[in-house]
Design a protein around this ligand. Structure first.
Ligand SMILES: [Zn+2]
Length: 156
């Protein structure tokens, strides 16, 4: 347990380090969100009573006023496209065919937006304000991840 005074000394290590089982926690509010999604197929938000903002995914503190948030609300599965972009290449520059439509979904005026994919719609058909609904994986396939929502599709 000697004191290290040169930063380069702490970068060097011999042997192997297991990183296969490294997980990071989604936090209390995230846990609640993903459990509700997996078990009940619900999208939960955390509402701040002081300033009226609802966060999705939920936070434990309000980013506006720092109040502790412990009120959860079921936001339903329907929202509206606030903004969107068409991705034609992936992170490594490979073509995406078909292209992906990434959108900010709004669940209401005082609610933060959720970034997700749109599906069952062509890129040229998407518009801001389009009403969409979440398409979830069947319950037995859900893992408590954001990909439990396959995508959002237009409400016909
Ligand atoms: Zn607040």
């Amino acid at each position: 347990m000697e004191k290290i005074s040169k930063p380069t000394e702490i970068k060097h290590q011999l042997g192997h380090m297991e990183v296969d089982h490294y997980h990071y926690t989604v936090g209390l509010a995230g846990e609640r969100f993903f459990t509700a999604l997996r078990e009940e197929g619900k999208l939960l938000g955390a509402r701040c009573e002081s300033c009226g903002v609802t966060y999705i995914p939920p936070r434990i503190y309000c980013e506006e006023c720092f109040a502790e948030l412990d009120e959860y609300v079921d936001l339903g599965l329907e929202g509206e496209v606030r903004s969107f972009t068409i991705a034609r290449i992936d992170r490594d520059g490979r073509p995406l065919d078909p292209p992906e439509i990434r959108a900010l979904i709004s669940f209401g005026e005082d609610t933060t937006d959720l970034l997700h994919l749109l599906g069952e719609v062509e890129p040229e058909e998407v518009y801001i304000g389009m009403e969409v609904e979440a398409v979830l994986k069947p319950k037995r396939e859900r893992e408590g991840k954001v990909t439990d929502i396959r995508y959002f599709r237009p409400i016909k």
